[in-house]
Design a protein around this ligand. Structure first.
Ligand code: ADP
Ligand code: MG
Length: 334
């Protein structure tokens, strides 16, 4: 099967000389057709630049980009079978919603009636039937987000690029849009390349995740792989809360030079058979769990304890237990 998107040693450098910024640094990546693929990374790590190069809005300094097997590296945006949903939606304020959604079809010269019908179909698909006559200013943020989605889908792109499309929504609406977006992607079977800096969003929506750090892809894998088997310290700490152990404590507690242990894998128990014992230095209540920091074995271990509140407090002596499989070795670099 032909890959939907292939990046082959793609780099992008902004500026030159001492002030040059290597925004994307030798990234190679294959996204399969029909995948929901997420680029996850902190602000400034190169996600948007990567997406803009695939969309054709920014040219790579080096490397090749293939879409559906064709080399599109030097093609302008309109000559690529992709479309983009930007974070700010970028709707035309003076046009009706229907005309906004139908815009790409108008540019192609489709008659007004026909493109109006298509636009109404797309508005129904994103669960906004009957709002075609309105202006963008009359809609809520969540509704504008869906209009932007309908507008991007109307030209039937092979790949939809989404740059933090839910970033401006409040938590409740954001979670609702996450599941709607995922359902829509399954229904349409279009390849989605989604960007977010939110690890929960990435874990809950994606078939695979590429974790970006300083212009490089640190790891590509399924949500389970990047969460349970991160390769590096960066991935371990960015994709969730993590105890990263190094040096003497790592060797004493895990037998590895560098290892990760997720806080929710640590339990309290009896002194017998405990992996480590110490005193609670800090306790933070989160409702679903209590996060404690325990000084033990020359380090501080963070543990997330279910309904532990009330029974434990700062200064308490505790014994920590975990399963051998909960320990994951990390590469010592990075
Ligand atoms: P992200 O989307 O992960 O936040 P970006 O791709 O926007 O990251 O930015 C990556 C780096 O490239 C940042 O250091 C940013 O300041 C820089 N950068 C992005 N676009 C430009 C530009 N047009 N000119 C100069 N530097 C840029
Ligand atoms: Mg960005």
């Amino acid at each position: 099967m032909t890959a939907a998107v292939t990046l082959d040693q793609v780099s992008c450098v902004f500026g030159s000389g001492a002030s040059a910024v290597r925004a994307v640094d030798g990234v190679s990546l294959t996204i399969e057709a029909g995948e929901f693929f997420t680029l996850l990374g902190p602000s400034g790590s190169g996600k948007t630049t990567c997406l803009r190069m695939i969309g054709g809005f920014t040219l790579p300094t080096a490397g090749r980009i293939l879409i559906g097997g064709s080399d599109v590296t030097m093609r302008p945006p309109y000559a690529r079978p992709v479309n983009t949903v930007f974070q700010d939606y970028a709707l035309f304020p003076h046009m009706s919603i229907r005309d906004n959604v139908a815009y790409a079809l108008m540019v192609r010269g489709m008659p007004k009636d026909e493109r109006g019908r298509k636009a109404d179909e797309l508005l129904a698909l994103v669960q906004l039937p009957g709002i075609g006559e309105r202006r963008p200013s009359a809609l809520s943020g969540g509704q504008r987000q869906r209009v932007a989605l309908a507008r991007a889908l109307i030209s039937q792109p092979q790949v939809l690029l989404l740059d933090e499309p839910l970033g401006a929504l409040d938590l409740k609406l954001r979670e609702q849009m996450q599941s709607e977006l995922k359902a829509l992607q399954r229904k349409l079977g279009i390849t989605f390349l989604f960007i977010t800096h939110d690890q929960h969003e990435a874990l809950s929506m994606s078939d695979r995740i590429g974790v970006f750090n300083a212009g490089r892809l640190e790891q590509v894998g399924t949500p389970h792989e990047v969460y349970d088997a991160p390769r590096t310290r960066f991935v371990a700490q960015f994709v969730g809360a993590a105890n990263v152990l190094e040096g003497e404590p790592a060797r004493a507690l895990t037998g590895h030079a560098c290892a990760m242990l997720r806080p929710e894998r640590i339990r309290l128990g009896h002194a017998g058979g405990a992996r480590a014992s110490g005193a609670i230095a800090e306790a933070q209540y989160f409702g679903a769990f209590t996060r404690v920091r325990v000084s033990a074995a020359g380090t501080v271990l963070q543990a997330d304890l279910p309904d532990g509140a009330g029974r434990i407090g700062v200064g308490d002596a505790v014994h920590l237990h975990w399963d051998t499989q909960a320990v994951h070795p990390l590469e010592t670099r990075g």
